[in-house]
Design a protein around this ligand. Structure first.
Ligand SMILES: Nc1ncnc2c1ncn2[C@@H]1O[C@H](COP(=O)(O)OP(=O)(O)OP(=O)(O)O)[C@@H](O)[C@H]1O
Length: 453
């Protein structure tokens, strides 16, 4: 049985009191902040303040005299002109003054007391990122007298390593810098003999036959763990090219291992063994001196010495993921984004910088055909034959799919009656030896191969 509701007692106010009291404002729902503001919440300020570089900016190279605009020496500028490079691309115009500048500190091999800012660059593919880091590396390292491993370039694939090596060799020609690669293409023992001069005695300062090492992460970790005297303590530049791809690889936690190897270990307990290993002063990097009391002279300028390694990250997207950024342990990072200022530079008012969108080359147009999976080869044939496509890269999900598609093309070509303009199709994958891949690429450039799958 339910009880009848109790009468609610109304509070009555006298008419005078009602007049004298201000009306208490009712709570109102505030407007939601725009998405663009919300998207910036909690982000690293350096990322929000990224320098946006106009992709069409160019800087002509002056062959003679000083050039404070780029910081490039006359010798390097002459070399660029010899190679047919007469102007700098957008990413290079932004990065060179930042990395080389006019201050001597930016050009020194060690800067234990002045921390160099790390750099993150997002720029479209083909925009000239390689030269943007190769030029400063060659310029700074050319002042070295003793060979130490001072620049490490990490790339996701063997082919990219070879490509970057060619660029470094072309720019560094005649500078006496030694360049090495580690990709697993040769035996481990052969690579060891190419990279390290002395593996017999334990040298605290490491031992290196190369000034610049270009490598894939797997082989780099193998050398860190298995090559005596392979040391990253003298690194001045750590370049992570194609960073978006490399950071997605957790292989042996490679990044954490590499970063740890650039830092001095916490403390080496002083034992009779460490005492007898006291190395020559000049073979140790300044930040590693404290590990050896014999050489760590206590003076008025005995301040903490930092490692001089400057990290340079390059990719076509820029991650804003705080987890991934923290893993990189960046030092006062400076972000550069090469991106047009068109309306496409924002999605829903959120700048592309933080939307983790690929920065696309300006002239590239994207189209999409939606079809059933079995129709995909037919769609491709339609595009190739009806739209006279004669210079295309086709990506498939595996090397088997690539070979299958090429076979299908060959059947199709053979079955076409009176085929006057045959289409040359080749598959290209890691199954092929490096030399063959290089030949295919050259033929593709020369238009002897029309489709590369
Ligand atoms: N300043 C320049 N003048 C003329 N050509 C240049 C210049 N800078 C780079 N190039 C050429 O442009 C091409 C693309 O450069 P690069 O490979 O460095 O681009 P990228 O941004 O690294 O591209 P990806 O992301 O695909 O590796 C290369 O053939 C390179 O030699």
């Amino acid at each position: 049985m339910s009880l009848p509701p109790l009468p609610i007692q109304q509070r009555t106010q006298s008419p005078e009191l009602q007049m004298s009291l201000p009306v208490f404002p009712l709570p109102i729902l505030p407007d939601a902040p725009p998405k663009s503001i919300l998207a910036l919440q909690g982000l690293d300020q350096a990322l929000v303040q990224a320098e946006v570089v106009n992709p069409s900016s160019r800087l002509p190279i002056i062959p003679k005299g000083d050039d404070a605009r780029t910081g490039l020496s006359e010798r390097t500028r002459r070399r660029l002109i010899e190679l047919g490079i007469t102007e700098l691309f957008a990413v290079q115009t932004a990065l060179l003054p930042f990395l080389l500048g006019s201050s001597a500190m930016r050009r020194s091999l060690y800067s234990p007391f002045d921390l160099l800012q790390d750099v993150c660059v997002s720029a479209p593919t083909g925009s000239g990122k390689t030269l943007a880091y190769v030029l400063p590396i060659v310029e700074v390292l050319s002042t070295r007298i003793v060979t130490h491993l001072r620049a490490l370039v990490v790339l996701p694939t063997r082919d990219l390593v070879m490509q970057v090596r060619e660029t470094v060799e072309a720019i560094a020609k005649g500078r006496g810098l030694k360049i090495g690669t580690a990709t697993g293409q040769h035996s481990f023992a052969h690579e060891q003999s190419q990279l390290v001069a002395d593996m017999s005695a334990k040298l605290s300062g490491g031992s290196s036959k190369v000034d610049i090492l270009i490598c894939t992460p797997g082989r780099l970790i193998d050398h860190l763990n298995g090559t005596p005297n392979f040391s990253l303590q003298h690194l001045r530049f750590l370049v992570i090219d194609e960073a978006d791809r490399l950071l997605a690889q957790s292989f042996q936690d490679w990044l954490a291992q590499v970063l740890a190897a650039t830092q001095p270990p916490r403390m080496v307990p002083e034992t009779s063994e460490t005492k007898t290993q006291a190395p020559l002063c000049d073979s140790l990097a300044p930040a590693f001196l404290r590990l050896h009391r014999e050489v760590d002279l206590h003076t008025d300028i005995d301040e903490k010495k930092d490692v001089s390694c400057q990290k340079l990250l390059f990719s076509a997207t820029l991650t804003s993921d705080p987890g991934k950024l923290a893993a990189l342990d960046l030092r006062h990072p400076k972000y550069f984004v090469v991106q047009g200022l068109s309306e496409e530079s924002e999605i829903d008012g959120i700048p592309n910088i933080i939307a983790e969108r690929f920065t696309m080359p300006e002239a590239l147009k994207e189209h999409m055909i939606i079809c059933e999976a079995p129709q995909k080869p037919l769609m491709l044939f339609h595009l190739v034959y009806n739209h006279s496509v004669r210079n295309a890269l086709v990506f498939t999900k595996s090397s088997e799919s690539a070979s299958r598609l090429v076979r299908l093309f060959e059947f199709f070509e053979a079955a076409t009656p009176s085929n006057e303009n045959p289409i040359a199709v080749r598959s290209y994958s890691s199954d092929l030896p490096t030399n063959e891949r290089r030949t295919i690429l050259e033929k593709f450039k020369a238009q002897e191969v029309h489709l590369e799958v």
